[in-house]
Structures are given as C-alpha cells and as structure tokens.
Design a protein around this ligand. Structure first.
Ligand code: DON
Length: 329
C-alpha cells in the first residue's frame, strides 16, 4: 500500500479517488446474473452499481447508485442474530443455533445433528431458527419488532418490498422444508408458517448501499450509531455478530473470503455486501449480478481490491497494531 496521506481531508480524497476508479473499472464487468429463484428479484436493473463507505465518526463517501433501494435479503440475518442475542442471551440462542461454518449452500437442508440445532445463523436454517425467536403475539406485532430493529440502524422506519415478500412466500418451499424439519426436531416453535412469513418479510426490507455502509459503521463503532449516537446493539453482541460474519457471512465462499479479503461481511442475493472494519467504519457494495455462491460478482472484486490496497485484512501485517515488535534482548 502507498503511504496514506497524514491530513484527514487528503486521506478522504485518496479513498474517494480509489473508490471512483474501482467503480469505473468494475462497472464494465458484466459476469453473473441477478437471482431469479425468487421470481420478483429478477426485476432489478442488473447493471446498478454502488460503492459506499462510512466512518465511525460519521463521514461518508459514496459512488454510483448509493441511494437506490433494493431488498436486504440475507444481510438481515446478521442484524436478526444480534436481536436474538440481545433478547434471549447467548446460551438460549446457542441451544438453537451454533456457530460452525457448513461449507454447504446457504439453503442446504442440513442441521447440526450432534447438538440438535441449526448449524449457524448465516445459513437459512439458522436464520429461520433465529427469526422464530422474535417475540410477539402475531405476525403484525412481530413484523413491527423487526421494523423497529431496522429503524434503529437506519435512522428511519424502513419500507418492505411487498412484491418480493409475496414472491418469496409463494415460492419458498425449500425454506418450508427446512423449517418443518426443525419443528420436527423441536428446534423451533409450532407457528411455522408465521415465522416463515416473518423471515420472508425481514429479507424484503428495502435498504440502500449508503444504508449498508452506515450499518457497518455502527457495528464498527461497538454498536453506537455514528450519526444518531444511539447504542443500537450492545458491544458484546457486536463481537458475536462479527465473529459469525467473519466465518460464515459469505456462504460457502466464506473460507476463501477470509483468506483473501479478511473483513467480517454479509452478503444477500439482492446484490448487497456489507463489510465491517472494526474501529474504522463500514464498507458496502451493491450490484445484483451474482456468482455461483450467491455473492455479488462486482462486490467481491471491489472488496478484494480495497482490502489489498488499504491493508484492510484483519490480520494484515502492515496494520500498525500487528507490526512485528523486535524480540526482547
Ligand atoms: O431464503 C431466501 O431464499 C432469501 N430470502 C434469503 C436469500 C439470501 O440472500 C441468500 N442467503 N443466504
């Protein structure tokens, strides 16, 4: 990495310049296709593209379609996991959902057989088990809990894409199979259709790439929102959220991701990727063309480049606090 300018303003220009260059370079990359297994998701502009960053002190840099809404999809799994931990505590959540990466597809029909729980909260089984833990007497009350959670992160009450929600409900039979399997094992409660509907709702929440960067900055800031100053989520919960994001957040690409990018992150089939740079800020991309894992093609490339250029890998030896110290004489 070239040495960073010492002056804060010059540093911001330096990062903006890099992001603009990457936006131009990868805007020409047309590999991959938007998700269409949920029919309504295919109705996006495949060439929409945004890169956004937000720092823990609230500064923002964005290039491209940063204010274009899209459905958050599986990125919701990360926020919902935090909600479950805060509401029920670690032991209870761990009794339903583990933290082991699976190496399987995100929608695999697979459980942690030894401990009779879902493998981790970032795959569908674990996410549905987490959604089951949302309190409330009916679907309306539970959707309200979820929207309030998003509201704290976004600083506004979010809209749902009701067409995507309906489309997921109409076609989500694989998720139904996973949920009924978990019901048969006593992992989730006997209100399966309602919990599935809530899971589809949480995936259908509309966000922008700029929003995702700000969510990332909140998590990077120990759960304190950089703009509102609100403690959105407790700092020990953030630690757990980022741990599973690092090991499981990019589906069955998670191992390669940690190896090459080394940033806790979560992707969604709507085309978003949310990355967290602890102590620094949030980084997000939006581009709906997906690779075979369900990750945004351009997004993965942009994260790879930015990680390398700015030594963002958590274990990069160039990071000041990781620099080798001389052995004592
Ligand atoms: O379960 C589904 O198919 C979606 N609503 C969530 C999709 C997603 O982003 C894939 N993720 N792991």
């Amino acid at each position: 990495m070239a040495d960073a300018p010492a002056d804060r303003g010059e540093r911001a220009d330096w990062v903006r310049h890099a992001i603009e260059g990457l936006h131009e370079e990868y805007g020409a990359l047309a590999d991959g296709q938007p998700a269409d297994y949920i029919p309504e998701l295919a109705n996006v502009d495949p060439d929409a593209f945004a890169i956004s960053a937000a720092t823990t002190d609230g500064r923002r840099i964005g290039v491209g379609d940063g204010d274009r809404p899209f459905t958050i999809q599986s990125i919701s799994k990360l926020l919902m996991y935090g909600l479950a931990l805060e509401t029920h505590g670690r032991d209870h959540v761990m009794s339903r959902v583990g933290v082991a990466p699976t190496g399987d597809r995100f929608n695999a029909i697979v459980l942690d057989e030894d401990d009779n729980r879902a493998p981790n909260p970032m795959v569908n089984a674990g996410a549905i088990a987490v959604t089951d833990l949302v309190p409330g007497t009916d679907i309306g009350a539970r959707v309200d809990v979820v929207r309030s959670l998003y509201e704290r992160y976004l600083g506004r009450r979010p809209e749902l894409d009701t067409d995507v929600w309906a489309s997921e409900r109409a076609t989500g039979n694989r998720n139904r199979a996973i949920a009924y399997l978990m019901l048969s094992r006593g992992i989730i409660e006997d209100r399966v259709e309602e919990t599935l509907d809530l899971y589809f709702a949480q995936c259908s929440v509309l966000v922008t790439c700029d929003d995702l960067a700000l969510i990332g900055a909140t998590l990077a800031n120990h759960g304190v929102h950089p703009v509102t100053g609100e403690q959105v989520v407790a700092s020990d919960v953030v630690r757990d959220m980022l741990s599973v994001a690092l090991t499981c957040g990019m589906y069955d690409y998670a191992g390669e991701w940690v190896f090459t990018v080394g940033i806790p992150a979560k992707s969604g089939v709507g085309g978003g990727i949310l990355g967290v740079l602890p102590g620094l800020g949030g980084l997000a991309t939006f581009s709906p063309r997906l690779d075979e894992y369900g990750n945004s093609v351009r997004g993965v490339r942009v994260f790879e480049e930015l990680s390398a250029r700015f030594t963002l890998h958590l274990f990069d030896p160039e990071r000041p606090w990781l620099r080798q110290t001389p052995a004592p004489a």
